[in-house]
Design a binder for this molecule. Sequence first.
Ligand SMILES: [Cu+2]
Length: 184
Amino acid sequence: MDENGTKGLMVMIMLLVTLLLVWKYGEDSQLPLSAPHMPPSLHPLAVLPSRLLSFSTDYAAILVPSILATEFVVGDDKGWTINFDYQAWAQGKEFHVGDTLVFKYKEGAHNVLKVNGTGFQQCAAPAGTEALISGSDVIPLALLGRKWYICGVAKHCEVENQKLFITVLPQTVSPAPSPISAAN
Ligand SMILES: [Cu+2]
């Protein structure tokens, strides 16, 4: 092997080593930032934004289902009031953990008491039950099961039927859109 051939071989080896280092460090963000042999495009600071982006995209996919929680305005346009059939209103609706109820009424005209089944039947809340009185009372449905709410003002519950009973179902997780349905 002549001198040029040896030089050529050396250059080849150095090139290979450099490529190996670049490949290794390009995959590894633990790299010291001042590696001199690194092309700018493989520098960790150049790679970082795209890694962050793909991370946040993954995260968004996980978080989306909880964003789809429903807010129910009790009684819709009528709000929380007397002479309204709240059982008819609740009929056909599905309440899930993570959803919220909003009781809307003129402040002072009504209130909201969370009671148990007996309290619902008797239109009475146990002593010490704290009434919601803001006129725009938001109740997160945090737990599964049956929930009962009554108005504690005057005889709105007994006489005017201002009471609501719902059953809260498990949290819904919306299925990811399938490629097949997306293609169709
Ligand atoms: Cu009332």
